[in-house]
Design a protein around this ligand. Structure first.
Ligand code: GN1
Ligand code: MG
Length: 355
């Protein structure tokens, strides 16, 4: 990649290396090493097909991170720091119409795709609970960066259209998967109604709290901060808990093709809820507490639906590494949801005992 774009930003030192980083499904991410004593940087090409208003999204991120910086003891480590361009914008638009943004790389940190210790899982719960608490008094309007992101009623309008179009001609071979979705449709739509009618309150949330979107301090192993703030917007705390349950409590990675080995681990679920509730026990409403375990099922169902839709559409949304990748992701998430359904009574009991 050329370094022209990085020179548009107010960075310290000379660029000595730019290399791809991580496995984000949406944006392209690079690590930028510099020659100076100063920091290294994270450069991202933001996917503007998915985020229709990148400038508004960057305004969200700057507003939220500034709010957090005013409250924490180490503002350069406990949240992201957006680096402006030389002409004072939070993003740069290149000649080909791509949007780019830069933030400071936080050194001595690590991310994970599978949680292998219970302490890591508990730390993750603390991290999301703390993130929500830090933003509980955030009162500026936030742009809706992706309309209807966790709104299942909206997702079903996309689903019905996706099946009607059958863009890649794949629908005929997917009767089991389509049945799996349809058989649960009403149950999960009923949960969304609780959000629409205000039973479950709207709050500022991260909305993409999968395990790999949280930074952990090295070597202490303590949770540091939530990254990948592109989807921060008004939503519900339960959506964050749900996506975390989906990823922290699983026995394996999100796209494990060995479906028989995919399951929710109750000990991880207990550790996650223990960490989360240590931060949020006193600030959740009764209805939020009641629906905490179901949030894990809801987000896993939503994710199954989104992976399957993308497969039927011909892989237009998520990056894939091989042709059947979205189908494997779908089936792996189906196995995880089945395991949650089988253990739902135990999940409820664990939350009850912790409360
Ligand atoms: C995407 O951007 P990334 O890779 O952290 C997606 C999430 C999905 C996740 C599945 C904006 O997250 O909603 O849960 O993949 N982000 C967007 O791994 O769609
Ligand atoms: Mg990410």
């Amino acid at each position: 990649m050329n370094t022209e774009v990085i020179r548009q930003f107010k960075i310290e030192g000379n660029v000595v290396e730019v290399k791809p980083l991580g496995e984000g499904f949406i944006n392209d991410t690079f690590i930028v090493r510099t020659s100076s004593e100063g920091p290294d940087y994270i450069l991202q090409r933001k996917n503007h097909k998915i985020f229709p208003d990148v400038p508004a999204m960057m305004d969200n991120i700057v507003a939220v991170t500034n709010h957090i910086k005013n409250k924490v003891s180490d503002p350069l480590r406990e949240t992201l720091t957006v680096v402006p361009t030389v002409d004072g914008k939070n993003y740069c638009l290149d000649d080909e119409g791509n949007y780019w943004a830069v933030c400071i790389l936080i050194p001595d940190t690590i991310t994970y795709n599978v949680a292998d210790t219970l302490e890591l899982v508990r730390q993750g719960g603390i991290g999301i609970g703390r993130f929500q608490t830090l933003l509980s008094d955030f009162d500026k309007p936030l742009a809706e960066t992706i309309p209807g992101f966790h709104n299942l009623a909206f997702r079903f309008s996309q689903w019905d259209e996706c099946l009607r179009r059958d863009a890649a001609g794949r629908k005929a071979g997917l009767s089991d998967e389509i049945y799996f979705i349809e058989a649960r449709r009403q149950e999960f739509l009923d949960f969304w109604k609780l959000i629409e009618d205000g039973t479950i309150p709207r709050r500022v949330a991260h909305n993409d709290t999968k395990l790999s979107n949280i930074l952990f301090d090295e070597p202490s192993g303590e949770v540091l901060c939530a990254i990948d703030l592109d989807t921060v917007m008004s939503s519900t705390s339960l959506c964050d808990v749900g996506d975390a349950i989906r990823t922290y409590t699983s026995s394996t990675i999100e796209d494990d093709p060995d479906y028989g080995s995919v399951r929710l681990c109750l000990d991880k679920f207990q550790a996650y809820m223990d960490g989360y509730l240590s931060e949020r026990r006193d600030t959740l409403t009764e209805s939020e507490k009641e629906w905490l375990p179901f949030a894990g099922l809801y987000l896993t169902y939503e994710q199954t639906l989104r992976f399957l839709m993308d497969y039927i559409d011909g892989d237009t949304y998520y990056k894939i590494r091989y042709p059947e990748h979205n189908l494997v992701r779908t089936r792996s998430q189906m196995a995880l949801l089945r395991s949650m359904e089988d253990q739902y009574e135990q999940m409820k009991q664990i939350v009850k005992d912790l409360l």
